[in-house]
Write a protein that binds this ligand. Structure first.
Ligand code: DDH
Length: 291
Protein backbone atom coordinates (compact mmCIF):
# COMPACT_ATOMS: atom_id res chain seq x y z
CA UNK A 1 0.00 0.00 0.00
CA UNK A 2 1.10 3.51 -0.71
CA UNK A 3 2.17 5.59 2.26
CA UNK A 4 -0.04 8.60 2.84
CA UNK A 5 1.65 11.95 2.28
CA UNK A 6 2.51 13.40 5.62
CA UNK A 7 0.52 16.49 6.45
CA UNK A 8 1.18 18.78 9.41
CA UNK A 9 1.46 16.85 12.71
CA UNK A 10 -1.96 16.49 14.29
CA UNK A 11 -1.55 15.38 17.89
CA UNK A 12 -4.05 12.77 19.15
CA UNK A 13 -5.14 11.43 22.53
CA UNK A 14 -2.03 9.21 22.67
CA UNK A 15 0.24 12.20 22.17
CA UNK A 16 -1.33 14.14 25.05
CA UNK A 17 -1.22 11.03 27.24
CA UNK A 18 2.55 10.95 26.51
CA UNK A 19 2.88 14.54 27.69
CA UNK A 20 0.87 13.59 30.79
CA UNK A 21 3.29 10.73 31.50
CA UNK A 22 6.30 12.97 31.05
CA UNK A 23 4.90 15.49 33.55
CA UNK A 24 4.02 12.67 35.98
CA UNK A 25 7.56 11.28 35.73
CA UNK A 26 9.10 14.72 36.34
CA UNK A 27 6.84 15.15 39.38
CA UNK A 28 8.17 11.90 40.78
CA UNK A 29 11.81 12.74 40.03
CA UNK A 30 11.88 16.32 41.27
CA UNK A 31 10.83 15.49 44.81
CA UNK A 32 13.10 17.91 46.64
CA UNK A 33 10.87 20.93 46.18
CA UNK A 34 8.75 22.28 49.06
CA UNK A 35 6.81 19.44 50.78
CA UNK A 36 8.23 16.98 48.26
CA UNK A 37 6.22 17.83 45.17
CA UNK A 38 5.70 20.46 42.49
CA UNK A 39 2.11 19.20 42.28
CA UNK A 40 0.45 21.95 44.34
CA UNK A 41 2.19 24.81 42.57
CA UNK A 42 1.25 23.30 39.18
CA UNK A 43 -2.40 23.25 40.27
CA UNK A 44 -2.10 26.88 41.35
CA UNK A 45 -0.60 27.85 37.97
CA UNK A 46 -3.54 26.28 36.10
CA UNK A 47 -6.03 27.98 38.43
CA UNK A 48 -4.43 31.42 38.14
CA UNK A 49 -4.47 31.20 34.31
CA UNK A 50 -8.14 30.29 34.36
CA UNK A 51 -9.35 32.45 37.24
CA UNK A 52 -8.84 35.72 35.37
CA UNK A 53 -11.95 35.04 33.29
CA UNK A 54 -14.67 37.68 33.06
CA UNK A 55 -17.95 36.36 31.65
CA UNK A 56 -19.23 39.85 30.72
CA UNK A 57 -16.35 40.73 28.38
CA UNK A 58 -15.19 37.19 27.62
CA UNK A 59 -11.64 38.26 28.48
CA UNK A 60 -9.09 36.31 30.51
CA UNK A 61 -9.20 32.59 31.16
CA UNK A 62 -6.81 29.80 30.30
CA UNK A 63 -6.45 30.65 26.60
CA UNK A 64 -3.28 32.61 25.82
CA UNK A 65 -0.80 31.74 28.59
CA UNK A 66 -0.31 35.49 29.01
CA UNK A 67 1.30 34.95 32.42
CA UNK A 68 4.53 34.46 30.41
CA UNK A 69 4.67 38.24 30.09
CA UNK A 70 5.76 40.75 32.70
CA UNK A 71 2.56 42.63 33.39
CA UNK A 72 0.62 39.49 34.36
CA UNK A 73 3.56 37.39 35.59
CA UNK A 74 4.38 40.21 38.03
CA UNK A 75 0.88 40.51 39.50
CA UNK A 76 1.16 40.00 43.26
CA UNK A 77 -1.20 37.01 43.14
CA UNK A 78 1.15 35.23 40.74
CA UNK A 79 4.25 35.47 42.95
CA UNK A 80 6.07 32.13 43.01
CA UNK A 81 4.39 30.68 39.94
CA UNK A 82 7.61 31.04 37.96
CA UNK A 83 8.70 27.85 39.75
CA UNK A 84 5.81 26.03 38.06
CA UNK A 85 6.44 27.60 34.64
CA UNK A 86 10.16 26.74 34.81
CA UNK A 87 9.35 23.17 35.87
CA UNK A 88 7.34 22.76 32.65
CA UNK A 89 9.92 24.30 30.30
CA UNK A 90 11.70 20.97 29.52
CA UNK A 91 8.29 19.43 28.75
CA UNK A 92 7.55 22.24 26.26
CA UNK A 93 10.97 21.63 24.68
CA UNK A 94 10.30 17.90 24.36
CA UNK A 95 6.83 18.48 22.82
CA UNK A 96 7.06 21.77 20.90
CA UNK A 97 3.67 21.14 19.24
CA UNK A 98 1.73 21.76 22.45
CA UNK A 99 0.85 25.38 23.26
CA UNK A 100 1.94 26.75 26.63
CA UNK A 101 -1.70 27.36 27.46
CA UNK A 102 -2.71 23.73 26.76
CA UNK A 103 0.42 22.50 28.56
CA UNK A 104 -0.17 24.51 31.73
CA UNK A 105 -3.74 23.22 32.02
CA UNK A 106 -2.69 19.65 31.21
CA UNK A 107 -0.09 20.00 33.99
CA UNK A 108 -2.84 21.05 36.42
CA UNK A 109 -4.89 17.99 35.42
CA UNK A 110 -1.83 15.74 35.76
CA UNK A 111 -0.93 17.15 39.18
CA UNK A 112 -4.46 16.65 40.54
CA UNK A 113 -4.63 13.06 39.30
CA UNK A 114 -1.08 12.20 40.44
CA UNK A 115 -1.88 13.58 43.91
CA UNK A 116 -4.67 10.95 44.05
CA UNK A 117 -7.45 13.33 43.14
CA UNK A 118 -10.33 12.55 40.76
CA UNK A 119 -9.91 12.31 37.00
CA UNK A 120 -10.36 15.67 35.28
CA UNK A 121 -11.53 15.34 31.66
CA UNK A 122 -9.53 17.56 29.29
CA UNK A 123 -9.69 19.00 25.79
CA UNK A 124 -6.90 20.82 23.95
CA UNK A 125 -7.58 23.91 21.86
CA UNK A 126 -5.86 26.79 23.65
CA UNK A 127 -3.49 28.97 21.67
CA UNK A 128 -0.78 31.27 22.98
CA UNK A 129 -1.42 34.98 22.62
CA UNK A 130 0.73 38.09 22.92
CA UNK A 131 1.05 40.44 25.86
CA UNK A 132 -1.79 42.66 24.68
CA UNK A 133 -4.10 39.91 26.02
CA UNK A 134 -2.74 40.20 29.60
CA UNK A 135 -5.58 40.80 32.06
CA UNK A 136 -5.59 43.74 34.48
CA UNK A 137 -4.38 43.11 38.05
CA UNK A 138 -7.03 42.36 40.68
CA UNK A 139 -9.07 39.60 39.02
CA UNK A 140 -7.93 36.85 41.40
CA UNK A 141 -9.22 36.61 44.97
CA UNK A 142 -7.73 38.62 47.85
CA UNK A 143 -7.17 36.29 50.82
CA UNK A 144 -7.72 39.05 53.38
CA UNK A 145 -11.39 39.44 52.34
CA UNK A 146 -14.58 37.47 52.99
CA UNK A 147 -17.85 36.17 51.52
CA UNK A 148 -18.91 39.30 49.63
CA UNK A 149 -15.59 39.42 47.81
CA UNK A 150 -15.67 35.66 47.09
CA UNK A 151 -19.11 35.98 45.47
CA UNK A 152 -18.01 39.00 43.43
CA UNK A 153 -14.79 37.37 42.16
CA UNK A 154 -16.18 33.89 41.45
CA UNK A 155 -19.52 35.26 40.24
CA UNK A 156 -17.58 37.16 37.58
CA UNK A 157 -16.26 33.78 36.37
CA UNK A 158 -19.80 32.33 36.46
CA UNK A 159 -19.60 30.21 39.64
CA UNK A 160 -22.26 29.84 42.39
CA UNK A 161 -21.89 29.21 46.14
CA UNK A 162 -21.65 25.42 45.89
CA UNK A 163 -19.00 25.73 43.18
CA UNK A 164 -16.97 28.26 45.19
CA UNK A 165 -16.85 25.82 48.11
CA UNK A 166 -15.96 22.81 45.93
CA UNK A 167 -13.15 24.77 44.24
CA UNK A 168 -11.79 25.90 47.61
CA UNK A 169 -11.17 22.24 48.52
CA UNK A 170 -7.97 22.58 46.43
CA UNK A 171 -6.47 24.05 49.60
CA UNK A 172 -6.08 20.48 50.84
CA UNK A 173 -2.95 20.88 48.70
CA UNK A 174 0.17 22.95 49.15
CA UNK A 175 0.99 25.78 51.47
CA UNK A 176 1.44 29.51 51.84
CA UNK A 177 4.92 30.98 51.58
CA UNK A 178 5.90 34.20 53.37
CA UNK A 179 8.07 35.27 50.42
CA UNK A 180 5.16 34.80 47.97
CA UNK A 181 1.81 35.78 49.50
CA UNK A 182 3.05 36.83 52.95
CA UNK A 183 0.94 34.09 54.58
CA UNK A 184 2.56 31.04 56.13
CA UNK A 185 1.91 27.30 56.38
CA UNK A 186 -0.14 24.40 54.97
CA UNK A 187 -3.90 23.86 55.35
CA UNK A 188 -3.68 20.10 55.97
CA UNK A 189 -1.26 17.42 57.25
CA UNK A 190 -1.04 15.82 53.77
CA UNK A 191 -0.39 18.74 51.39
CA UNK A 192 0.63 16.53 48.47
CA UNK A 193 -2.47 14.30 48.49
CA UNK A 194 -5.91 15.53 47.48
CA UNK A 195 -8.50 14.63 50.14
CA UNK A 196 -11.50 16.33 51.77
CA UNK A 197 -9.33 17.08 54.82
CA UNK A 198 -9.57 20.83 54.20
CA UNK A 199 -13.32 20.63 54.86
CA UNK A 200 -12.96 18.23 57.79
CA UNK A 201 -10.43 20.52 59.46
CA UNK A 202 -12.57 23.59 58.82
CA UNK A 203 -15.50 22.07 60.73
CA UNK A 204 -13.75 19.81 63.26
CA UNK A 205 -10.83 21.96 64.40
CA UNK A 206 -10.90 25.08 66.52
CA UNK A 207 -9.25 28.01 64.79
CA UNK A 208 -7.74 31.05 66.45
CA UNK A 209 -6.12 34.24 65.27
CA UNK A 210 -2.38 33.64 64.82
CA UNK A 211 -0.30 36.08 66.81
CA UNK A 212 2.55 37.16 64.58
CA UNK A 213 3.67 40.19 62.68
CA UNK A 214 2.33 38.89 59.34
CA UNK A 215 -1.07 39.39 57.70
CA UNK A 216 -4.18 38.17 59.54
CA UNK A 217 -4.47 34.38 59.35
CA UNK A 218 -5.78 31.58 61.56
CA UNK A 219 -4.04 28.61 63.23
CA UNK A 220 -5.44 25.35 64.61
CA UNK A 221 -5.63 25.42 68.40
CA UNK A 222 -4.45 21.79 68.73
CA UNK A 223 -1.10 21.83 66.90
CA UNK A 224 -0.65 25.44 65.75
CA UNK A 225 0.95 24.05 62.58
CA UNK A 226 -1.97 24.40 60.17
CA UNK A 227 -3.46 27.56 58.75
CA UNK A 228 -6.61 29.08 57.28
CA UNK A 229 -6.92 32.36 55.38
CA UNK A 230 -9.71 34.85 56.13
CA UNK A 231 -11.32 33.72 52.83
CA UNK A 232 -11.19 30.08 54.02
CA UNK A 233 -12.87 30.96 57.34
CA UNK A 234 -15.59 32.82 55.42
CA UNK A 235 -16.77 29.41 54.15
CA UNK A 236 -17.82 28.37 57.68
CA UNK A 237 -19.06 31.81 58.74
CA UNK A 238 -21.53 32.10 55.87
CA UNK A 239 -24.59 29.81 56.19
CA UNK A 240 -25.01 29.23 52.48
CA UNK A 241 -21.33 28.27 52.06
CA UNK A 242 -21.29 26.23 55.27
CA UNK A 243 -23.89 23.68 54.12
CA UNK A 244 -21.51 22.62 51.34
CA UNK A 245 -18.47 22.57 53.67
CA UNK A 246 -20.44 20.18 55.92
CA UNK A 247 -21.44 18.02 52.97
CA UNK A 248 -17.89 17.69 51.61
CA UNK A 249 -16.48 17.09 55.12
CA UNK A 250 -18.85 14.11 55.45
CA UNK A 251 -18.55 12.73 51.94
CA UNK A 252 -15.26 12.57 50.06
CA UNK A 253 -16.93 10.98 47.01
CA UNK A 254 -19.34 13.91 46.71
CA UNK A 255 -16.38 16.30 46.99
CA UNK A 256 -14.39 14.45 44.31
CA UNK A 257 -17.38 14.39 41.93
CA UNK A 258 -18.19 18.09 42.36
CA UNK A 259 -14.51 19.10 42.36
CA UNK A 260 -13.91 17.30 39.05
CA UNK A 261 -16.99 18.90 37.45
CA UNK A 262 -16.14 22.42 38.55
CA UNK A 263 -12.38 22.27 37.89
CA UNK A 264 -13.12 21.00 34.39
CA UNK A 265 -15.26 24.11 33.82
CA UNK A 266 -12.70 26.42 35.47
CA UNK A 267 -9.94 25.11 33.20
CA UNK A 268 -12.07 25.68 30.08
CA UNK A 269 -13.08 29.29 30.79
CA UNK A 270 -12.52 31.61 27.84
CA UNK A 271 -11.30 28.93 25.43
CA UNK A 272 -12.67 28.92 21.84
CA UNK A 273 -12.69 25.13 21.44
CA UNK A 274 -13.15 23.58 18.03
CA UNK A 275 -13.67 20.10 19.56
CA UNK A 276 -17.08 19.59 21.18
CA UNK A 277 -17.68 18.70 24.82
CA UNK A 278 -18.12 15.06 23.83
CA UNK A 279 -14.51 15.06 22.61
CA UNK A 280 -13.01 15.45 26.08
CA UNK A 281 -10.33 12.96 27.05
CA UNK A 282 -9.60 11.29 30.38
CA UNK A 283 -5.95 10.47 30.93
CA UNK A 284 -4.66 7.44 32.77
CA UNK A 285 -2.82 8.21 35.99
CA UNK A 286 0.09 6.22 37.48
CA UNK A 287 -2.45 4.67 39.84
CA UNK A 288 -4.61 3.43 36.95
CA UNK A 289 -1.54 1.96 35.28
CA UNK A 290 -0.47 0.14 38.44
CA UNK A 291 -3.97 -1.33 38.89
FE1 DDH B 1 -5.40 29.21 46.60
N1 DDH B 1 -3.99 30.26 47.61
N2 DDH B 1 -6.74 30.69 46.91
N3 DDH B 1 -6.76 28.22 45.45
N4 DDH B 1 -4.01 27.80 46.20
C1 DDH B 1 -2.71 29.87 47.87
C2 DDH B 1 -2.14 28.66 47.55
C3 DDH B 1 -2.78 27.70 46.77
C4 DDH B 1 -6.52 31.84 47.62
C5 DDH B 1 -5.30 32.28 48.12
C6 DDH B 1 -4.15 31.52 48.14
C7 DDH B 1 -8.05 28.61 45.21
C8 DDH B 1 -8.70 29.66 45.86
C9 DDH B 1 -8.08 30.63 46.62
C10 DDH B 1 -4.24 26.65 45.48
C11 DDH B 1 -5.35 26.37 44.69
C12 DDH B 1 -6.52 27.13 44.66
C13 DDH B 1 -2.03 30.91 48.60
C14 DDH B 1 -0.58 30.85 49.07
C15 DDH B 1 -2.93 31.93 48.78
C16 DDH B 1 -2.69 33.24 49.50
C17 DDH B 1 0.38 31.26 47.95
C18 DDH B 1 1.81 31.20 48.41
O1 DDH B 1 2.16 31.92 49.36
O2 DDH B 1 2.59 30.42 47.81
C19 DDH B 1 -7.78 32.54 47.81
C20 DDH B 1 -7.92 33.87 48.52
C21 DDH B 1 -8.74 31.77 47.21
C22 DDH B 1 -10.20 32.02 47.22
O3 DDH B 1 -10.61 33.20 47.55
C23 DDH B 1 -11.11 31.12 47.07
C24 DDH B 1 -8.64 27.78 44.20
C25 DDH B 1 -10.06 27.98 43.66
C26 DDH B 1 -7.69 26.85 43.85
C27 DDH B 1 -7.78 25.75 42.83
O4 DDH B 1 -6.81 25.16 42.48
C28 DDH B 1 -9.06 25.36 42.22
C29 DDH B 1 -3.11 25.76 45.63
C30 DDH B 1 -2.99 24.36 45.04
C31 DDH B 1 -2.20 26.41 46.45
C32 DDH B 1 -0.84 25.89 46.97
C33 DDH B 1 0.29 26.43 46.13
C34 DDH B 1 1.64 26.00 46.62
O5 DDH B 1 2.63 26.53 46.10
O6 DDH B 1 1.75 25.13 47.50
Amino acid sequence: AEEKTKGPFEPKYEDYQKVYKTIAKLLEEKDEYDDGSYGPVLVRLAWHCSGTYDKETGTGGSNGATMRFAPEGDHGANAGLKAARDFLEPVKEAYPWISYSDLWILAGVTAIQEMQGPHIPYRPGRSDRDLSFCTPDGRLPDASKEQKHLRAIFGRMGFNDQEIVALSGAHALGRCHTDRSGFDGPWTFSPTTLTNDYFKLLVEEKWQNKKWNGPKQFEDVTTKTLMMLPTDMALVKDKSFKQYVDKYARDNDAFFKDFSDVVLRLFELGVPFTQGEDARWTFKSSFDEAA
